[in-house]
Design a protein around this ligand. Structure first.
Ligand code: ZN
Ligand code: ZN
Length: 133
C-alpha cells in the first residue's frame, strides 16, 4: 500500500500494488505545470488508485492530457490521458509519503530536457546550504 497527498493535506490517496513503471519526465508540459526541471511519475492501473480525502481540480494540459492538482496548495498529484493511456493513472511520485520506497527506472522525454539537467548530478552538493561568501 502506497499513500501520499498534496502539500497542504487537502488531497490524500492510497494505491495498492506495484507501479507498472516509474519514470522521471523531462517534457515541457510537466516542467511548466510543475514549475520544476523534471517530474517523477509512477504509473498504476486506475482501479488501484483511491482518493481517500478531497477532490483534485482537473486541468486540461493538452488535447487529452488531464492534470489533477490541489486547488488549495497547487501540488500536482495525478495525470491521466484516456486517449494514449486508457485505464491508467500516473501519480506524481514526489507526493508519496515514502518516495524512497519506489525508485524511478528511467528518464523519459529527454528530447525536451533542459540542457544543463543532463549533468545536474555533477554539480557541487551541500548537506544544507553553501557557505555565504
Ligand atoms: Zn493541497
Ligand atoms: Zn512529462
Amino acid at each position: 500500500m502506497v499513500t501520499g497527498g498534496c502539500h497542504c493535506g487537502a488531497i490524500r490517496y492510497a494505491v495498492e500494488g506495484e507501479p507498472l513503471t516509474h519514470a522521471l519526465c523531462h517534457c515541457s508540459d510537466c516542467r511548466r505545470h510543475a514549475g520544476a526541471p523534471l517530474v517523477g511519475w509512477a504509473m498504476f492501473p486506475a482501479a488501484a488508485v483511491k482518493l481517500t480525502k478531497g477532490e483534485p481540480k482537473v486541468y486540461a494540459s493538452s488535447a487529452h492530457g488531464r492534470r489533477h492538482f490541489c486547488a488549495d496548495c497547487g501540488t500536482g498529484v495525478f495525470y491521466a490521458n484516456e486517449a494514449i493511456l486508457p485505464g491508467i493513472i500516473d501519480i506524481q511520485s514526489a507526493t508519496m509519503d515514502e518516495p524512497e520506497r519506489l525508485p524511478p527506472r528511467a528518464h523519459i522525454q529527454v528530447a525536451e530536457r533542459i540542457g544543463w539537467m543532463e549533468d545536474a548530478h555533477a554539480l557541487p552538493a551541500f548537506e544544507r546550504y553553501p557557505p555565504i561568501t
